[in-house]
Design a binder for this molecule. Structure first.
Ligand code: GTP
Ligand code: MG
Length: 401
């Protein structure tokens, strides 16, 4: 049985609802996502028709009852529609070893459907990772509430949940950016995150972490995660690993080095072209021990892939297992992206930590304190995201690829 699981390594990404279909469509454009099986599932036929995905990658859910018109923001309908397709979705997932589900919470199809998808994955004994967005503040309270309720439903059944606030994805955009354009950029950011996660899961050569370790980490109930992805190529300078690592640590979706320090498990992966050097790679990955607590289960892996040529990507998922009862208040605090991390303003750059050789003195993590923000509510429902450190706003890298 375990042998069977090890052999079958198909990672399926389901994009659920309108946002999910768009994110998966972006993945289909990316040369770095060719190892992923992509599926777009929606109750809205227009959204699917407008997607450049192939017909066999599209699945119109519950056409009998919804008649291809979507769920119009009705979460109960979304839940019913995806549940009615349980058998078909099981068939679509029959060959998969891991399921990544993406979409935007706040509407009907994805908000209602995510928990049903998690249930299907559980039944098939497939680990499930949810990478989903929370609505913009400007979309209003009611969407936010719908999304938060969706999170509460999802928590008990998802293996890993990364939920990313749209506000954070957009902090580096000017106010006059057209909404369509902004969503496209968010789709790119989400697509990049999904590729990062899948790289972590599928690392196979150079330094291999065992799939069993990873599944064990992912299969824990009620785990909350944040992710950092950093990419660098030869045009960034000689030490691409160093730069990719710095960008990973600056990654807005990670929420700061504090997230690494607090994590129970950190899975980190480095992917590069065939020119990737083993010693330099090991050094970079091993330096991670300094970023995490001594009790942390650190899983590291490295990959080479043809399509990376002179590029290096470092991805890290910081997972914290929840030992408390989930309350609505707690749900707010689990919003990783937007959680205030004033400490990041003080975060030293790798250059000063590592010197040019990446071989370093102790990181001053012990000195980190949340200061006056320690007991404050991390989320602003309405206003701008002025609490997000400036460097975070600037460091979003939009993948145009
Ligand atoms: N990244 C991204 N987010 C989007 C996009 N469109 C909408 N969203 C976000 O996702 C949330 C849900 O919207 P949809 O995906 O359209 O909703 P749905 O799941 O299709 O639900 P129904 O249309 O009600 O059936 C919205 O509140 C937005 O925050 C998009 O194109 N890209
Ligand atoms: Mg829709």
């Amino acid at each position: 049985m375990e042998q069977e699981t090890e052999n079958k390594k198909i990672i399926t990404v389901i994009g659920l609802g309108g946002a999910g279909v768009n994110i998966v469509s972006r993945l289909a454009d990316s040369p770095y996502a060719t190892h992923l099986k992509l599926l777009a599932v929606d109750t809205d036929s227009d959204i699917l028709d407008n997607s450049p995905l192939k017909d066999e990658q599209k699945f119109l859910a519950d056409s009998k009852w919804r008649q291809g018109k979507g769920c119009g923001g009705n979460v109960i309908e979304g839940q019913r529609s995806i549940s009615r397709e349980r058998a078909n979705i099981e068939d679509l997932l029959a060959d998969s070893s891991l399921l990544i589900i993406t979409g935007g919470l706040g509407g009907g199809t994805a908000t209602g459907g995510v928990a049903a998808c998690a249930g299907i994955a559980k039944k098939l004994n497939i680990a499930s990772i949810f990478i989903i967005t929370m609505p913009f503040s400007l979309e209003g309270h009611s969407k936010r509430r719908i999304a938060e309720n969706g999170i509460k439903e999802l928590l008990p059944v998802a293996d890993v949940l990364l939920y990313l606030p749209n506000d954070l994805l957009f902090t580096n955009l000017s106010g006059d950016t057209p909404v369509d354009e902004a969503f496209k950029m968010a789709d790119n950011e989400l697509a990049r995150t999904i590729i990062g996660v899948s790289e972590i899961i599928s690392h196979k050569n150079l330094l291999a972490a065992s799939l069993t370790d990873i599944k064990e980490a992912l299969n824990q109930q009620k785990s909350f995660a944040s992710i950092g992805v950093g990419i660098a190529n030869s045009s960034d300078g000689l030490n691409r690993n160093h730069i990719a690592l710095q960008r990973m640590l600056d990654s807005p979706l990670l929420g700061g080095m504090e997230k690494l320090k607090e994590a129970d498990t950190v899975i980190v992966s480095l992917t590069g072209g065939k020119d990737l050097k083993i010693d330099e790679t090991k050094k970079t990955l091993e330096s991670f021990e300094k970023f995490v607590s001594p009790e942390c289960n650190l899983i590291i892996g490295a990959n080479t892939a043809e399509n990376y040529k002179d590029q290096v990507q470092i991805s890290a998922i910081a997972i914290k297992f929840d030992k408390t009862l989930i309350t609505p208040e707690a749900t707010q605090h689990m919003n990783f992206g937007i959680e205030k991390s004033p400490v990041q303003e003080e975060k030293p750059k790798l250059d000063s930590l590592f010197g040019s050789e990446l071989e370093q003195a102790e990181l001053p993590l012990q000195n980190i304190s949340r200061g006056i923000f320690l007991n404050t509510s991390p989320i602003s429902h309405q206003g701008e995201d002025l609490d997000i450190p400036t460097f975070q706003r600037k460091s979003i890298v939009i993948d145009k690829g």
